[in-house]
Design a protein around this ligand. Structure first.
Ligand code: NAD
Ligand code: MG
Length: 386
């Protein structure tokens, strides 16, 4: 029996890597549903290639083109929020959640509520609604498997261990493209410089997050919800080679690490094959050419996102959702050339001052916090920039 898979965000970086693996093992996987934001041409090509039965474009303006492009196939075209949720909760057994940003929250929740196994790349969904998500997963028998390379590494290191035997986890960070940049040079860094990641090829939002180190901050919050550890038992270390993807320290002092070349197909394959392993064409590690593994203390002066994320996690309430929303708006403005690189974390810090200690009780409340924060941030950016 082939495993039925839905790929949310099929046109993106993680979506493409997933398709690459799935198409190499046609005997093991059957793609049943694929989604994209607006690129209906690319989505229709993917649906035709994979034989998916449902293709959903989030932006309804692109529905007609999608339907035209799928004419004569067995694939149904659909658009909008309800259809996205349908792709996540329909016939798939495994849902790869690779939408970027808070836009993925409702589809991920739809998958969780229908008890699916979810390969979660969309970290923003766990950051903004972590407790709601993990509670709903427990209540509905859903399984969340981490695609994010650090969390996937930890998940691999935890296999066969008792959670009580874990003393801490250590997230590794590459340090991003500005790891060695002087503080005074950061302000002038351009979007092109920010998205040129030294080790990983990724979508523009997460690449910018890697440059501010907000990505590691979001991953700290993600790790808290995935593994149930408090902030003080989750450490972050800069490891520029990106060979160790993260580590787990146990009560006896043993440390397990997962290593591999920086290729997202490795963690995605672990999720696709779990509990078995799937062969991948990823480059093998050659230790003689790796040569050395370096570790550094992260610099929270130049990269305040790390401090802000830890504060948001420790404050709880609406803070993680506010942090995420402010960051999404600021990153989009930075990529559009409207604000400077160092404005991103300044905007997030200002927004966090408005966060409340009351945790959201529902996805609707999370979306309210998200919407309100975006509006506040947009109006304060207008006031500053014009
Ligand atoms: P990407 O920008 O390359 O792709 C995003 C996908 O989401 C696209 O298919 C796009 O069409 C879809 N999408 C965007 N906005 C949408 C909306 N409003 N509604 C519905 N669909 C929408 O991004 P990516 O780099 O593949 O990242 C996807 C997620 O995976 C992010 O949460 C990111 O943090 C996480 N992640 C990515 C990597 C990586 O290597 N790229 C690694 C770890 C985690
Ligand atoms: Mg990561």
């Amino acid at each position: 029996m082939r495993r039925k898979i839905a790929i949310l965000g099929a046109t993106g970086s993680i979506g493409s890597s997933t398709l690459d693996l799935v198409e190499r093992s046609p005997d093991r996987f059957e793609v049943v549903a694929v989604t994209a934001a607006s690129n209906s041409d690319a989505l229709a090509d993917i649906a035709r290639r994979t034989g998916a039965r449902l293709a959903v474009v989030a932006d309804e303006a692109h529905f007609d083109n999608l339907r035209t492009r799928l004419a004569g196939t067995d694939c149904r075209a659909a658009a909008g929020e309800t259809a996205l949720a349908e792709a996540a909760s329909g016939e798939a057994e495994l849902v790869i959640a690779a939408i970027v940003g808070c836009a993925g929250l409702q589809p991920v929740m739809a998958a969780v509520e229908s008890g699916k196994t979810i390969g979660l790349a969309n970290k923003e969904a766990l950051v903004t609604a972590g407790a709601l998500m993990t509670d709903a997963a427990a209540a509905n028998g859903a399984t969340i498997l981490p695609v994010d390379s650090e969390h996937n590494a930890i998940f691999q290191c935890l296999a066969g261990s008792r959670r009580d035997d874990v003393s801490r986890i250590v997230l590794t960070a590459s340090g991003g493209p500005f790891r060695t940049a002087a503080a005074s040079d950061l302000e002038a860094m351009t979007p092109a410089q920010a998205v040129a990641h030294p080790n990983w090829a990724m979508g523009p939002k997460i690449s910018t997050d890697s440059a501010t180190l907000m990505n590691k901050g979001l991953e700290l919050i993600e790790a808290h919800y995935l593994f149930g550890l408090p902030s003080e038992r989750i450490d972050i270390v800069v490891h520029p080679q990106s060979v160790i993807h993260s580590m787990v320290e146990f009560v006896d002092g043993s440390v397990l690490a997962q290593l591999g070349s920086p290729d997202m197909r490795i963690p995605i394959a672990y999720v696709l094959g779990w509990p078995e392993r799937l062969a991948t064409p990823a480059q093998r590690l050659d230790f003689k050419s790796v040569g050395r593994l370096d570790f550094e203390e992260p610099d929270t002066q130049r990269f305040p996102a790390l401090r802000l994320s830890r504060e948001a996690l420790e404050q709880g309430g609406s803070a993680p959702a506010v942090l995420n929303a402010a960051n999404e708006v600021a990153v989009a403005s930075f990529l559009a050339g409207e604000i400077r690189f160092t404005d991103i974390t300044r905007i997030v810090e200002d927004a966090l001052a408005q966060a409340s200690y009351l945790p959201p009780q529902s996805i609707a409340e999370v979306l309210d916090i998200d919407r309100e924060t975006r509006l506040n941030v947009q109006s304060s950016m207008k006031a500053v920039c014009h």
